[in-house]
Design a protein around this ligand. Sequence first.
Ligand code: ATP
Ligand code: MG
Length: 347
Amino acid sequence: MELRLEKFTKAFGPVTVIQDMDLTVGSGEMMALLGPSGCGKSTTLFAICGIHKMTGGRLYFGDRDVTSVPAQQRSVGVVFQNYALYPHMTAEQNIGFPLKVMRQPKAEIAKEVQRLADLVQIGDLLDRRPAQLSGGQQQRVALARAMIRKPDVLLLDEPLANLDAKLRLEMRAEIRRIQRETGITAILVTHDQVEAMSMCDRIALMRDGKIVQLDTPERMYADPASQFVAGFLGNPPISFLPARAGEQLAIGQSQVLPRPAGLEVQGDIVLGIRPEHFGPQHGQGLHGEVIFVEPQGREELVDVQLDGGGILRAILPTGDPVKLGDRVNWGVSGGNILAFSTEGVRL
Ligand SMILES: Nc1ncnc2c1ncn2[C@@H]1O[C@H](COP(=O)(O)OP(=O)(O)OP(=O)(O)O)[C@@H](O)[C@H]1O
Ligand SMILES: [Mg+2]
């Protein structure tokens, strides 16, 4: 079912934290709400599930205006970061609880619990209490409980934040599988760009209560609307380099790069160069000295202090013999240079 926010505004007392936000999540789509701490992600989610009243604007589930519908009567399943299972209940009782509240017959509840437990693959753990389950298993129980009423919309607020790195990886894939299998419309709130990029069909990137770009992960990465977006996506992050646009791009005191095709402006700008677009594999062009090397297993990160000013980061396959203090002359993939105004607007 499609979910649509129109001119959503939220104020706490005199402070407006979201102003006139429009957001449409397509039927069966998984949308990430991504952004730094305090930008309004959870506030948006709370408004959608009905915990917070909206100050202004409308919310639609399909054609139905649910703006004033109480939370219990909205068809939403929610999973929070602290999965908040009932500690004295078994996994089975936790999952079945929403149906018990609705006074469904016992046999019906048992059947539905089994269906959900199979979906999240914890069928053999139903007798255990939360304390006897791992973090990832608890998260699966929480997910099953959120989905047992067959909600129209699934809302996930930082559902993986409490898990260790390996489990997080596993649960990322699991949640995506379950979302695809059920075809449920979902919103994932996260401040982790890797999570947003790997799990979601599209990303709404928020800053200060506004959506600054809404796009597929690939497009947002390759074609960011601003320096903020370019800096938010990508790990290791993009490097920014002040430059002067004339016949060529002047870098620092003494070096130049060719002007990217289509760049119209003259004068001071900021270049954005991703680590995979700088290095010996791109030929030669910029002279500098290696000031930082960080092995990361398969790859290593290398920072180069450019002669005449500026630092660029490269990501190279491990085994390339680069040492601290080495002099290098490395190229940039010209077609992938991003240019921004000094105010951070994409040129
Ligand atoms: N109940 C409240 N009363 C007053 N201000 C609030 C309340 N809840 C949230 N805020 C403010 O609204 C803004 C958005 O908060 P929100 O919790 O939505 O951020 P977030 O994007 O989820 O951040 P995080 O990544 O840290 O969870 C913040 O400035 C926060 O201080
Ligand atoms: Mg939050």
